[in-house]
Design a protein around this ligand. Structure first.
Ligand SMILES: [Zn+2]
Length: 391
């Protein structure tokens, strides 16, 4: 069910201020179509709640200098976690998602939820002490997990690489420690795409990100937000049936990931007698010029590129960014991917199609998780309700 927004609340105005689309009284009156009195009242609410600050003055068109409003980045701390299959990364940021300090560790998710989250909690405590800040200053927590999350309930949905995590409400683990913080959880590739689009491609309204590691993950950003679909699986190419009968780690056969991915390359290289374990091992072989690795990578790019063409045909993204360890091979991966996409997309899109390497690279996940937390804390209806109570 779609719940209507509080359309004249302070939260709507804060959204404009923090996106930078309107930051003076005059711009806000023009963009929102509200009276000057209403705009002033809402600005007072946001100032009283300490959510915005004035940051100086700007010349307006009439020659008078106008006050400029900005999000108060010091109004609270955000915690972010990018939990991966074999590697996790956490960070602490200010309210504008500027990361203040980060930490990472190689930890296998199959060892269990408790172990991964216990590590995260210990590190958060350490990072907060490093910053000389208190847990009570944490207002929001964003978490990325390697599997679909039901957008209605926040529960994990049959995560293929996380045994024992099905139906788990990850937010509960954080609420125990930070009872006053807002917690938001999403699929790892969704948060990478969110971070990449907001920080690196803010001018692109329709955006896609494909992560090439051992797995193949992808996500869509539509109008600045990750597309989820009904069950949290929107935008993910990896487990669409692609053909063939290879068993996928999700339990099905013939998924794209089973036939064209780091997993598939590893399987083929092992059958040829190579000792490879991680996507970094595949990258190392390719960098040495190993012909088997290069041939398998080229084949993967052709197949993944054809699947990307489906996203391009359906959603017409302004940019498709490529991240993950295999993308560190640069043009070796990007060029054949691009060629494969071009073979399949409608001809009128060819000149406008942009495929580019991820600009944030390994930091996209923690930065995106921080944005996820920021969006949840500053949700327009939540802000409108909170500031009305305070006034
Ligand atoms: Zn699968």
């Amino acid at each position: 069910m779609v719940v209507p927004r509080i359309v004249t609340g302070s939260g709507v105005m804060l959204g404009m201020i923090r996106s930078g689309s309107a930051q003076t009284r005059t711009d806000l009156v023009t963009r929102l179509g509200w009276s000057r009195v209403t705009v002033s009242k809402r600005l007072d609410e946001l100032l009283d709640a300490n959510l915005i600050v004035t940051t100086g003055q700007r010349d307006s068109t009439g020659g008078r200098r106008a006050e400029v409003f900005e999000l108060n980045r010091n109004a609270g701390l955000l915690l972010s976690a990018d939990i991966g299959g074999s590697h996790s990364r956490v960070g602490v940021s200010d309210l504008s998602s500027n990361i203040l300090v980060e930490a990472e560790v190689d930890i296998d998710i199959a060892t269990g939820l408790d172990r991964v989250l216990t590590w995260a909690h210990e590190v958060y405590g350490h990072l907060l002490r490093t910053l000389e800040r208190k847990a009570s200053e944490v207002v929001g927590i964003g978490v990325g997990v390697p599997g679909p999350v039901d957008p209605g309930t926040g529960r994990l949905m049959n995560p293929p690489i996380m045994p024992g995590w099905d139906g788990v409400l990850v937010a509960d683990y954080f609420r125990e420690r930070y009872p006053d913080a807002v917690v938001a959880v999403d699929r790892d590739v969704n948060i990478m795409a969110l971070g990449e689009q907001r920080f690196a491609w803010p001018e692109v309204d329709t955006f896609a990100l494909v992560k090439l590691g051992l797995g193949v993950g992808s996500a869509l950003i539509l109008s600045g937000n990750a597309a989820h679909g009904e069950l949290g699986a929107a935008g993910d190419l990896g487990h669409i049936r692609h053909g063939g009968s290879e068993l996928c780690r999700c339990g099905s056969r013939g998924c794209l990931e089973a036939t064209a991915s780091g997993w598939a390359i590893r399987r083929e290289l092992k059958s040829l007698g190579y000792s490879v374990n991680t996507s970094r091992d595949i990258v190392a072989l390719a960098r040495e010029g190993n012909e088997d690795a290069l041939r398998l990578l080229a084949d993967m790019c052709t197949q993944v590129g054809h699947s990307i063409a489906d996203i391009v045909g359906l959603y017409n993204p302004g940019v498709v960014a490529i991240g993950g360890n295999l993308a560190t091979l640069g043009d070796l991966v990007l060029n054949p991917l691009k060629a494969a996409v071009m073979e399949r997309i409608p001809s009128y899109l060819i000149d406008r199609f942009v495929l580019a390497p991820s600009r944030l690279d390994r930091r996209a996940g923690t930065m995106g998780a921080s944005i996820l937390a920021q969006d949840a804390v500053l949700d327009p209806d939540r802000v409108s309700r909170i500031t009305r109570i305070l006034v």
